[in-house]
Design a protein around this ligand. Structure first.
Ligand code: SF4
Length: 365
């Protein structure tokens, strides 16, 4: 059997970059019946098959032909690190064109949360972020985004076979956050194609409310997301409440200043009736003062929101350091006293470079 789609690039070899319809056309072009596509789809998205060889209800010749010309996943794991506490695992993957991206699995009591990447590198230039150092390399395809989830879904299911972490039930991915490398709103089409596959009942089947998309605040895309009609959570990386400071930390603020961003968030909430999370990385001596906490509490009045305060993940050779425990506590107390729902999120896996972009930079190409 011959399966040779025209113009197949190394990236295009992955079947994850085909919708069910495209997979069906691909399979039928070989003379196989359309129902074979649905079988392959089920093996990939619901049985997390590693290879075509596992797809035992396909004819042997078809499995061999597929294996010769396509791949089940575009990801090749390069490095995998587990935190000392055994609750965080970070993977660095190589893509077919040599680009590298990271994803992190975090175990909580009842949640198995994945932080995945949407781009190789990032164009946003946040001054405290390791991913920003090399700029944007390229967008990830929808298949490359989904592949990170399938990799860890497979790992969790088979954790007994490869017990590098102490995984108890649940052994499924329960939550996904798009907070790894890249700005998801800057790769909007592919990210939403991936989200649709991850939430489709005949795809990965995760509830949309268990997915969070994090943005530095690209306003037109926040407005667009409000119209998607899928109940994915929105998180906005704020990090400062005034334009002078925020533009230094998060350069897109020059184009989308704080008050306009907060107005977009209000529009989003009015349309979706969903609570928005603001992420605030606390940086020692930069954005962690009581005055800035009070200013933030005022700015967020009346917005249906929660503030996640995260002591910064330190980057080697950077002057930015995490806020002290005392200043972090004081900051959260001021927000709470101002009527703002706020908590401090514990950092995970500092010793394994779990902050986004750090492992990629630490491991030579
Ligand atoms: S913090 Fe996020 S948006 Fe900013 S440069 Fe890093 S990856 Fe990009």
């Amino acid at each position: 059997m011959q399966i040779t789609p025209p113009g197949v690039s190394p990236i295009g070899r992955s079947l994850l970059d085909r919708s069910l319809q495209e997979l069906s056309e691909y399979v039928q072009a070989t003379g196989a019946p359309a129902y074979r596509a649905r079988q392959i789809h089920e093996w990939i998205y619901q049985k997390y098959a590693r290879s075509f060889e596992e797809m035992t209800n396909l004819p042997r010749a078809m499995r061999a032909a597929l294996a010769a010309q396509a791949t089940v996943t575009p990801l090749e794991p390069v490095t995998r690190l587990v935190s000392q506490a055994g609750d965080t695992q970070k993977a660095l993957f190589r893509l077919p064109d040599g680009e590298r991206v990271e994803a992190v699995l975090m175990l909580y009591d009842t949640r198995r949360t994945l932080c995945i990447s949407s781009q190789a590198g990032c164009a946003m230039g946040c001054s405290f972020c390791a991913t920003a150092l090399d700029g944007l390399r390229r967008n990830l395809t929808a298949g490359e985004i989904v592949a990170q989830v399938l990799f860890f879904a497979r790992y969790l299911r088979d954790a007994d076979e490869t017990p590098v972490m102490r995984v108890k039930r649940p052994t499924t991915v329960t939550n996904i956050v798009l907070m790894g490398m890249g700005e998801p709103m800057h790769n909007y089409e592919n990210v939403w194609t991936a989200i649709r596959r991850l939430t489709a009942a005949d795809g990965f089947g995760l509830g949309a409310r268990h997915i969070t998309l994090s943005t530095v605040g690209l306003i037109p895309m926040i407005d667009r997301m409000a119209d998607e009609g899928i109940q994915v959570n929105l998180a906005v990386s704020l990090h400062a409440s005034n334009n002078a400071l925020r533009s230094k930390l998060v350069p897109p603020n020059r184009r989308y200043p704080v008050d306009e961003l907060l107005a977009a968030v209000r529009r989003y909430i009015a349309k979706t009736n969903r609570r928005v999370t603001f992420e605030y990385a606390l940086i020692q001596g930069i954005n962690d003062s009581p005055a800035l906490a009070r200013d933030l509490a005022i700015k967020l009045q009346g917005i249906l929101c929660h503030v996640n305060l995260i002591p910064l993940n330190p980057i080697p050779d950077s002057s930015f350091q995490p806020a002290s425990a005392r200043d972090t506590q004081r900051f959260v107390e001021i927000l709470q006293a101002g009527g703002i729902s706020a908590t401090v999120r514990m950092r995970r896996g500092i010793e394994i470079n779990a902050g986004c972009g750090q492992l990629r930079n630490a491991v030579a190409a």
